[in-house]
Design a protein around this ligand. Sequence first.
Ligand code: 13P
Length: 250
Amino acid sequence: MGKYIIAGNWKMNKLPSETYDFIKEIEKVTMGANCEVVCCTPYVNLTEAVRAAKGTHVKIGAENLHFEDKGAFTGEVSADMLCDLGVDYVIIGHSERRQYFAETDETVNKKTIKALEKGLIPIVCVGESLEEREAGITMDLIAIQIKKAFANISAEDAKKVVVAYEPIWAIGTGKTATAEQAEEVCKGIREILGELYCVDCAKEITIQYGGSMNDQNAAELLAKTNIDGGLIGGASLVAEKFAPIVKACD
Ligand code: 13P
């Protein structure tokens, strides 16, 4: 459906001094990839990441941004700052930010609008907790997250957004959603986007799966109709583990 994108989310891992060589390694092991390859790094690693990725097929992303342009927001980073560095992507609304840093559907929406305005590609994360899944409200919750994230965004802009479905119970737990579970929700997300915009618009939007995706399960997940890529945590920190996931897009 959408363009295939495999993105690594380094979270709070790797030093700035390790970044240049690691991106070069990622470049080497993903050469000839049939999908877009993205590495999202901590803010302080971005300069080195962009320097290493320059002129290669590897794209660089940040893991967050602030929705204001500038001003008295100590410790925050603006979209203009990311653009000035040469960053292409930005993760928005990761469940860890929702859980530990008071990210809400409203701030996710503001950040998504700001990223689009500045030409950054937002990777908007949605996902349910184990409790919510067991209560049978997964799709209700995801529908709210999607509708709020896309509020006041035009169809033209919506097509540029990447959605990452990350069930919270599958993140860093080694407990992957089955390909059927992941496909069911990703299909549901596409249907909601189809209702918000149009069916053809929704087909153009990349929907990733994230949550303990690895070299063993990537091919099965990526073979599903509505899964157009992955957002990879742990396995993105080791080039030999990341490369087979990229290859699985073939
Ligand atoms: P893991 O791949 O480590 O489960 O992390 C997934 C994730 O949160 C990517 O954003």
